[in-house]
Design a protein around this ligand. Structure first.
Ligand code: NAP
Length: 273
């Protein structure tokens, strides 16, 4: 039996990804949320439409919660077919929280939390599995505002996960010392966290090529577009349903597809990184 998991799916784009997957994915679809109350409420909403999502708690900031989900998936399904890493946070532009705190908190969830989910769940991906890491166009624009030296590192085809983790940690440290701009970083915690997600995806795709050639797993990062959600506000042009289109396209790439893989995808189109 096939199984799909969407992180942070009690609302926004994640919720719409679950709704679309319930209609199109031939297997069990797990709506996950850090708060079980908000999660169950979201499940009930889809049940009213005649859809049948299942629920599992998942807080990507909590290693115990991630491991509990991994153990559950291994035990009940023997692995995982589709993983959509959608959960993330963003401070509002006018938020007065000190930048160093914003940097630490944003990186913690968007980069380190997403990475921790991958560390536990990528090893249980089944052949023909699909992994979608929801990044953002903010990653490409932040990349363009990094120093040439940092850009070279983030575009490298040989950067390792450890080197990426070191760089993301350095960003947070640099903001605490208020030397991040001098050190070549752009002034955006969210943008840097999403650079981390896009580069991590490129590294993970390479890892699958090296370690699991023949398993036909496809892994990509994507941007959903600018979408009306609690994160982006009511002025964005896309509905949450439209925002789900590219992530769902990547989650449901047919079994005979040999790409995209290791790409950054927007509007169902591979972007240059
Ligand atoms: P949203 O409406 O704020 O939803 C974010 C979801 O992530 C919520 O379900 C939230 O749960 C969950 N979440 C946050 N921290 C979590 C954690 N530690 N563990 C588990 N779940 C957590 O945002 P959205 O606009 O739908 O964003 C979805 C994805 O698209 C994000 O990766 C975002 O960066 C990306 N994106 C959005 C836009 C846009 O225009 N909206 C543009 C580019 C990229 P709670 O309800 O518990 O907070």
């Amino acid at each position: 039996s096939s199984v799909a998991v969407v992180t942070g799916s009690n609302k926004g784009i994640g919720f719409e990804i679950v709704r679309a997957m319930c209609k199109r994915f031939p297997g069990d679809v797990y709506l996950t949320a850090r708060d079980p109350g908000r999660g169950q409420e979201a499940v009930a909403k889809l049940q009213e439409e005649g859809l049948h999502p299942l629920f599992h708690q998942l807080d990507i900031d909590d290693p115990q919660s991630i491991r509990a989900l991994r153990d559950f998936l291994k035990q009940k399904y023997g692995g995982l077919n589709v993983l959509v890493n959608n959960a993330a946070i963003a401070f509002k532009v006018n938020d007065q929280t000190p930048f160093a705190v914003q940097a630490e908190v944003t990186l913690k969830t968007n980069f380190f939390g997403t990475r921790n989910v991958c560390t536990e769940l990528l090893p249980i991906m089944k052949p023909y599995g699909r992994v979608v890491n929801v990044s953002s166009m903010a990653s490409s624009s932040a990349l363009g505002r990094c120093s040439q030296e940092l850009q070279k590192k983030f575009r490298s085809d040989t950067i390792t996960e450890e080197e990426l983790v070191e760089l993301m940690t350095k960003f947070v440290e640099d903001t605490k010392k208020n030397v991040h701009e001098k050190e070549g970083w752009p002034n955006t915690a969210y943008g840097v966290s999403k650079i981390g997600v896009t580069v991590l995806s490129r590294i993970q795709a390479r890892m699958f090529n090296e370690k699991r050639k023949g398993d036909h797993i496809l892994l990509n990062a994507c941007c959903p577009g600018w979408v009306r959600t609690d994160m982006a506000g009511p002025k964005a042009p896309k509905s949450p349903e439209e925002g789900a289109e590219t992530p769902v396209y990547l989650a449901l790439l047919p079994s005979d597809a040999d790409g995209p893989h290791g790409q950054f995808v927007s509007e169902k189109t591979v972007q240059t990184w």
